[in-house]
Design a protein around this ligand. Structure first.
Ligand SMILES: [Zn+2]
Ligand SMILES: [Zn+2]
Length: 347
């Protein structure tokens, strides 16, 4: 075991504090990563506050992790000391079920092991990336291409893959009209990736407050959902809508924006069920779908795609002591567009 510096939540209501946590000894298939940056995802906040179920405290969260390899187990061949690497939302899966064998570990039928707040194979609770080091099975470690700066690579491990996967699956590309609902951490990556894939992208946001940013990210159009005329004007328009909003939306109104065979995919997770009027699906043979992160191979593909196309998130780098304030700002949607913790501030 090694003891490393970290930031942890001690209860659902108290601020996060500096502490130390234990990392397991390196197994033959493990990689020890010296973490450089960790992104702050909205899921981190839901989890530490117990909003997605009970968790064991103290808990260190963070699943947008980048750094360099500090040590490898004796059977590791794909990663070497000094390599730039990343870890996303999961650190293991059963590897035997139908979905794992198909390279869709995120949908492991036996449940993938989350990067934090999950029970690991050794029975301990996994602890995330707001810490100086992490030990991860080599098969769940990604290569971070040289030309993506470390701090900008971090959010790709959750926000990037969560939006890339449905865009790729539903064939966003030339000739396709894609709408992105919400321009936050996920939404701004969805816009950049869909534009790079060649799609014609529209941002649907409550107000026009971030219109300049949306157009700068490559969107061709930007409309306010607070204005009912938007839903009239854009009726039957889109092949694909990526909904990144974690609050309930008027499903009939949004489904009405889809053209023939269009799909509305939710990657945002409102806590309450979304009522879907079936008649809104009949028209234009529409679909309503969900999508969760991406497999390991696909996550590598996303990182390589972003490096090749020169796409990266817009980030605000903060020190470890600013995390509590950053959480408050995330909850107010006051971040452009992802907070990333400089983990050197924890050393
Ligand atoms: Zn996340
Ligand atoms: Zn599995």
């Amino acid at each position: 075991m090694r003891t490393v510096n970290a930031i942890a939540a001690t209860s659902a209501t108290d601020p996060l504090v500096r502490t130390t946590i234990e990392r397991r000894d390196l197994g033959p298939h493990d990689v020890l990563i010296e973490i450089r940056y960790a992104g702050i995802c909205h899921s981190d906040i839901h989890t530490v506050r117990g909003e997605w179920g009970d968790v064991a405290y103290p808990l260190t969260v963070g699943h947008e992790i980048v750094g360099q390899v500090a040590e490898v187990g004796r059977e590791v061949t794909g990663h070497a000391v000094g390599d730039r690497v990343g870890v996303g939302c999961m650190v293991n899966s059963c590897r035997e079920c139908e979905n794992c064998r198909a390279g869709q570990e995120q949908y492991c039928l036996n449940g993938n092991t989350g990067t934090y707040a999950s029970v690991d194979r050794d029975g301990t609770v996994t602890q995330g990336g707001y810490s100086t080091h992490i030990v991860v099975d080599a098969d769940f470690v990604l290569r971070v291409p040289e030309n993506i700066p470390y701090e900008k690579a971090a959010p790709l491990l959750c926000a990037g893959i969560t939006t890339y996967s449905p865009l790729a699956h539903w064939n966003a590309g030339p000739g396709k009209k894609v709408a992105v609902v919400g321009l936050g951490g996920l939404g701004h990556m969805a816009v950049k990736i869909a534009v790079a894939m060649g799609a014609d992208v529209t941002v649907l946001s409550q107000t026009l407050g971030k219109k300049d940013d949306g157009l700068a990210f490559g969107a061709r159009d930007y409309q306010a959902t607070g204005d009912p005329a938007t839903f009239e004007a854009l009726r039957n328009s889109f092949d694909l809508i990526i909904n990144t909003v974690s609050a309930p939306i008027d499903m009939a109104a949004y489904l009405g924006l889809l053209r023939l065979d269009g799909t509305l995919v939710s990657v945002g997770a409102p806590p309450q069920p979304l009522p879907v009027p079936v008649f809104a699906l009949f028209g234009n043979r529409r679909s309503f779908a969900g999508s969760s992160i991406g497999g390991i191979a696909e996550t590598q593909q996303m990182l390589d795609f972003c490096a090749e196309r020169g796409i990266a998130p817009d980030v605000e780098v903060i020190g470890a002591d600013a995390v509590n304030e950053a959480y408050e700002r995330v909850l107010r949607s006051d971040v452009r567009y992802r907070f990333v913790i400089d983990v050197d501030s924890l050393r």
